[in-house]
Design a protein around this ligand. Structure first.
Ligand SMILES: NC(=O)c1ccc[n+]([C@@H]2O[C@H](COP(=O)([O-])OP(=O)(O)OC[C@H]3O[C@@H](n4cnc5c(N)ncnc54)[C@H](O)[C@@H]3O)[C@@H](O)[C@H]2O)c1
Length: 61
């Protein structure tokens, strides 16, 4: 995934299961990650999912 180093990536649903795991991998590989999530009440989104990278991503709601 080194091709993402320095790249800007927008992840919709970034606080959910798939989005947060993708975000963690992309941050580890040097991408500049923005998360967009509505925290829809019927979905599994949670800030805890990105706790390990919370200071390394831009969060939008
Ligand atoms: N997890 C799996 O194994 C799996 C398998 C196949 C398909 N999918 C599909 O992939 C998608 C994501 O799965 P998941 O497990 O990460 O779900 P999830 O519920 O954990 O995460 C989805 C996230 O999307 C956010 N969201 C919902 N509507 C939104 C909107 N309009 N704008 C911004 N954010 C919004 C929710 O708040 C939540 O944080 C779902 O559509 C799911 O059906 C998941």
């Amino acid at each position: 995934m080194d091709e993402y180093r320095g790249q800007k990536v927008l992840i919709t649903g970034g606080l959910g299961f798939i989005g947060s795991n993708l975000a963690i991998r992309l941050v580890q590989h040097g991408a500049s990650v923005t998360l967009l999530d509505s925290l829809h009440p019927t979905c599994g989104g949670n800030y805890f999912n990105i706790d390990s990278i919370k200071n390394h991503v831009d969060q939008r709601r």
